[in-house]
Design a protein around this ligand. Sequence first.
Ligand code: TRP
Length: 336
Amino acid sequence: MEKKNILTGIRPTGRLHLGHYFGAGKNWVELQDKYNTSIEIADVQALTDNFENPQKVKKSVRDLAIDILAIGVDPQKTTLFVQSMIPEIAELTVYYSNLVTIARLQRNPTVKTEIKQKKELFGEKGEGITYGFLGYPVSQAADITAFNGELIPVGEDQLPLIEQCREIVRKFNSIYGVVLKEPNAYLSENKRIKGLDGNDKMGKSLGNAIYLCDDEATIKEKIMGAITDKNKIKKDDPANPDVCMVYYYHKLIKNENIENVCNECKKGQRGCVNCKKELIEKMNEFLAPIQEKIHYYEEHPEIVDQILKDGSIKAKKTAEATLKTVKSAIGINYFE
Ligand code: TRP
């Protein structure tokens, strides 16, 4: 049986943090053995809200590729490519843009939330929203369908974008004939990773993230500042681990001592400072093999660039074939 196609993407606007890793990245590594996997570094999408900072996007493309390779994505198994190197995606976006209304895009919950978060860029009430940003779900549908994406490993926040893609696919197929595949989201067991401050989401803009490339001093400082049970005043007060971010991360990185951490915390036999020190140690152990690879690729940027180049050449071939099928379905395959 043919292997199913996995396609996912990530915007290059910074480095990978634990939220990315446990929310999606870990899945990418596990899925690459079973499926035909592609990962897109979505620089065109990143420009939709960073059009004034192209240099930030450019730098992040390689940084992100380094982090992706360091978590174990294997370029022999996964096609890692850069969105802007595949102009066919932009062309597909144009044809798909006819199949979605502006009202529908404005109702997309992910787009709505992002517009609210980006008031500086898009205005208090979103009155300065650009055509490009509002339309990025259409471009994401082009990303997915260009590679016949069937399973899309993403975090929960991306579900409305997958739904938007499914609608575009259905509309396309109903008008031009059944050509495109409807993708399904593939959620990880940890749908959403909490931040150091207890926020429901770890995010760059929230300033509550641990990055895979954080050095020991940074990790120490961040974990020392993590939120614990605020009702615990003294070192030997019993506490509730379920509201403690330190316990949450012990669990996340699978500290083998987790039962003790939990019981001692509940019984008041574990001070928060010691508990944090243990987490710092375990976190460094957890990150060490990843960081070793990060350093290797940082010293060999030419290897990273070659991987991206080869991946993009391969991806382009697939996208070219999809575009050809799409154009002939619409009937604009002249002079063939
Ligand atoms: N929207 C995703 C993000 O915000 C990135 C992305 C771009 C993507 N293209 C995709 C995700 C295709 C899944 C499939 O990071």
